[in-house]
Write a protein that binds this ligand. Sequence first.
Ligand SMILES: [Zn+2]
Length: 257
Amino acid sequence: MGWLRDWKRKRILARHRIDDALWRRALHHLPFLRGLAEAEAQRLRELAVVFIAEKQFTAVRGVQISDDDRVEIALQACLPILELGLDWYDGWVGIVVHPSEFHVQRSETGEDGVVHEWDDELAGESWPGGPVVLSWEALDDSGSVAEGGANVVIHEFAHKLDMAGGEADGVPPLPTREARERWIETFDAEFDRFCAAAGAGKESVLDPYAAEHEAEFFAVASEVFFESPNALKREFPKLYDLFAGFYRQDPAQRLAA
Ligand SMILES: [Zn+2]
């Protein structure tokens, strides 16, 4: 079926584009996209056009999604897969935008059979095989350097890449078993180092939330990898190299200036 999809994507690209004014506004709001070489920027714009055509955006509870919002979500979602390809986002279509942080009722049954329930306040959520849920308020903070490299879109789409290999565990699909073993070894060591430092109250380029779980460490570190790559490279050089290999990108180099 690959040819049919390629043909459909060519047709989409023949009919739609992100015009220059829209692209310039996106660059203004998302400064970490500015270091892309001309050919990379062109490819990102094309991926975003296909992404918008293939995914289904739904705004709930009175949110209005403008063309700018849609394009900015798509560009940020496509940046991590710039060298990997859009097929990494196969198997689901929905992107749901809420007005502000939303509450989710959680429950979990412990080994002792006791059910624990709690209420989570979320800026975003990614369901395995289901939609990506984003808060419009958190979207507005993405890209702003003042937010310290927080980026809810890259965070949630990093979860999607992680889950492309099964459960969300911080280990995305890798080409060989050796690559997977290498990943786990380095990733776990960096995760442990971060958790120990966070536990001791040390400042880090990564949000303390990254200590919650390996999957959160992967998603939070991915945000910083694309938004503030030089800071990540300084504090976690091994993790940076691991991510550069996986994403096949070197954002620290392109944002060096
Ligand atoms: Zn998360």
